[in-house]
Design a protein around this ligand. Structure first.
Ligand code: FES
Length: 136
């Protein structure tokens, strides 16, 4: 009986000292969830077929290619100017970089593709989110 009680006491003591340590380790090493900010709500019917809906002030465009809908940042990956959008390309007025409709570079000096914003379908509309590391 005394042996069982001693074991139990040791177990409880270990638990009491270990729990705060585990909690602190978890807090220290936990990767924070990426912050994302809702920047627009767009009705699906407004997005033209093979076209783009441009939100110049928020610096993104929503594009529909067949069944796919995606949102591209309009921030040039060279030095950050706002891109102009036509039906076939996105071009930078500052130094002449050109991107295709999927955001890939077709003409420099930019050397990185345009990042996509997160989209979430909510019934008949799209919620557009800016992820923490993206600028708009
Ligand atoms: S900022 Fe767009 S090409 Fe330089």
């Amino acid at each position: 009986m005394a042996k069982f009680s001693q074991k139990r006491r040791r177990f409880l003591r270990t638990l009491i000292f270990a729990l705060p340590g585990v909690y602190l380790l978890q807090r220290f090493f936990a990767v924070p969830a990426p912050k994302r900010k809702l920047v627009a709500t767009v009705a699906d019917a407004k997005i033209p077929q093979r076209g783009a809906l441009v939100y110049r002030q928020q610096r993104f465009a929503i594009i529909r290619e067949g069944a796919e809908v995606y949102a591209l940042s309009l921030v040039c990956t060279h030095l950050g100017c706002t891109l102009n959008v036509t039906s076939s390309k996105l071009s930078c007025p500052c130094h002449g970089s050109v991107f295709d409709r999927s955001g890939d570079v077709t003409h420099g000096p930019a050397d990185k593709a345009l990042p996509r914003l997160s989209l979430q379908r909510d019934k008949e509309q799209w919620l557009v989110f800016l992820d923490g590391k993206l600028k708009a």
